[in-house]
Design a protein around this ligand. Structure first.
Ligand code: FAD
Length: 494
């Protein structure tokens, strides 16, 4: 039986802890914050309940597998609800398309009806191609511990497969080649932001994200996404995983060539056979492990652009906003200005605005009130180049006011109904989760193969493994769940 330490109780840390406990290991999770969940956070006041992080679950099969393999089914543990309709998209010219939560053919039809021209045909063709890319990449790439470029190149032996994945093509180029309507291209571009990236630099393979969303559905978890974290934490306790909260890991120690434990904030040194890191890979390789092999990883990570962060406003409102569905996106007129600003370290003046208003009575006090979550992409926090100082006095309040004015310009004026608002900046996310600068997804998926060449799950230091959104295969709840499965399989049975 091995003694395993997991650093970080985010969804990746919880998922790997539960899986390893079932395999017979003795598992302890160290979390610097007061509770579990990491970016899956919850804010509650006066009967209003907000998810401060994810509000949408896709590919629930990943969590079905996790819950089944560690005990009971997902459905027995949380109230999983299909979201219907799925997303409402509004463009600057007033066009609105409300897409179904599941059914890619119906989504294409809806887009055709809203946008006219070849939109239906273009979207259907693109999703057919995305289905192929998904089949080609899911099992051999996303579900495997990809550790080198050579491993990827070996997979690229069939020329027609390579053409479909188009590793040298950006998402933007794919949109230009396959989609006539600029509004529909904007919709495709938006999926780059699911990895915190710029569509002009992100790979075409990200077209699989809308495919997955529309084919396997958009899901809500009753009570909010934090109840999924609650259920996973409970599952860990049932499997006898130990937790230490308010317990920051300051270092990962080595004996000879392998890791042999951790040093905690209070200078305690504890021994382990294996350490699994669920923290931002930049934090792991930059701060926690001193080793020449880790230094190489640090250097190679420094070459990648960090992903975008997010600026969140939680609004407690009197009354209901007409015309909103659970998930809403309001596009600006010129989308690329947003990426130019954010990656240059400036908040965007005219960003796409995402609004989440779960159709869930347990998340607002009564039918005459609503809890509205607002999210825009934002530059990461910091004082360096391409960073923005979100702690500067008055900055966050002023930007929140700007976003509410912008919402009003786009036809959703909530200012007179506002009871209170709560802001979360990238600096807050950095403080709460140690994600560098509040970047949500570690490195952005910029450059050739970037999506498939994230920090490997097996570190170059024996006994040290990486799970979570900044490692392979990437961020977002489904991929984070897959990373935990990969690591548990790499470690194997006790
Ligand atoms: C605003 C927002 C919206 C999002 N929307 C969606 C969505 O709709 N759908 C979706 O699928 N995904 C979404 N995501 C992404 C998703 O939340 C993340 O990919 C996922 O939760 C990351 O989990 P993780 O375990 O990798 O990392 P984290 O949640 O960051 O967990 C890491 C944990 O490690 C702890 N830690 C860090 N350093 C140390 C240390 N030295 N010692 C001890 N503990 C430490 C942290 O406190 C944290 O708890 C969103 C994220 C945000 C912020």
């Amino acid at each position: 039986m091995s003694r395993v330490f997991v650093v970080g109780a985010g969804m990746g840390g919880l998922a790997v802890a539960a899986r390893l406990a079932v395999k017979g290991h003795t598992v302890t999770v160290f979390e610097q914050g007061p509770t579990y969940g990491g970016k899956v956070g919850r804010f509650e006041r006066d009967g209003f309940v907000f998810d401060t992080g994810p509000s949408l679950l896709t590919l629930p099969a990943v969590y079905r597998d996790l819950f089944l393999k560690t005990g009971d089914s997902l459905e027995a543990s949380v109230d999983l609800q299909p979201v219907e309709p799925g997303f409402s998209y509004r463009w600057a010219d007033g066009t609105n398309a409300v897409l179904p939560g599941v059914d890619s053919a119906r989504a294409a039809r809806t887009l055709g009806e809203a946008l006219g021209g070849d939109a239906e045909h273009d979207w259907r063709d693109l999703m057919t191609r995305a289905a192929r890319v998904w089949q080609l990449t899911r099992e051999p790439v996303l579900e495997q511990p990809i550790e080198s470029k050579r491993q990827l190149l070996k997979l690229a032996s069939n020329i027609s497969d390579v053409r479909a994945v188009a590793p040298m093509t950006t998402l933007r180029q794919l949109g230009k080649k396959t989609i006539e309507d600029p509004r529909l291209r904007m919709l495709l571009d938006r999926y780059a932001t699911y990895t915190g990236s710029d569509p002009r630099r992100a790979p075409a393979a990200l077209c699989t994200i809308p495919y997955v969303e529309q084919t396997f559905g958009a899901w809500h978890v009753g009570g909010g996404m934090s109840t999924l974290a609650d259920a996973l934490y409970e599952r860990c306790l049932e499997r006898k995983v130990d937790f230490e909260f308010n317990c920051e890991v300051r270092g990962i120690t080595r004996a000879h060539r392998s890791v042999n434990g951790v040093v905690l904030f209070d200078s305690r040194r504890l021994d382990a056979d294996i350490v699994v890191s669920d923290v931002d890979a930049g934090h792991l390789y930059g701060d926690l492990i001193l080793d020449t092999r880790a230094a190489k990883q640090r250097k190679s990570l420094a070459k990648f652009t960090r992903s975008m962060a997010g600026f969140v406003i939680m609004l407690a409102l009197k009354g209901q906003t007409p015309g909103l569905t659970s998930h809403n996106v309001l596009f600006p007129e010129y989308y690329y200005a947003e990426f130019n600003s954010v990656f240059a370290g400036e908040p965007a003046q005219d960003p796409a605005i995402y609004l989440s208003r779960p159709d869930d009575p347990s998340m607002h006090p009564d039918d005459d009130h609503e809890a509205l979550f607002v999210l825009v992409n934002a530059p990461r926090h910091g004082l360096g180049k391409h960073e923005f100082d979100w702690r500067a006095p008055g900055v966050a309040e002023k930007y929140a006011g700007h976003i509410l004015n912008l919402l009003a310009d786009r036809g959703i004026d909530v200012r007179k109904r506002l009871l209170w608002r709560e802001i979360r900046t990238p600096a807050d996310l950095e403080r709460d989760t140690h994600s560098i600068g509040g970047s949500i997804y570690g490195s952005a998926s910029h450059g050739k193969g970037a999506s498939f060449l994230r920090p490997a799950n097996r570190s170059p230091v024996p006994g040290l493994f990486l799970v979570g959104g900044s490692a392979h295969p990437g961020g977002g709840l489904p991929l984070v769940g897959i990373s935990a499965e990969i690591v548990a399989n790499l470690i194997g049975r006790a």
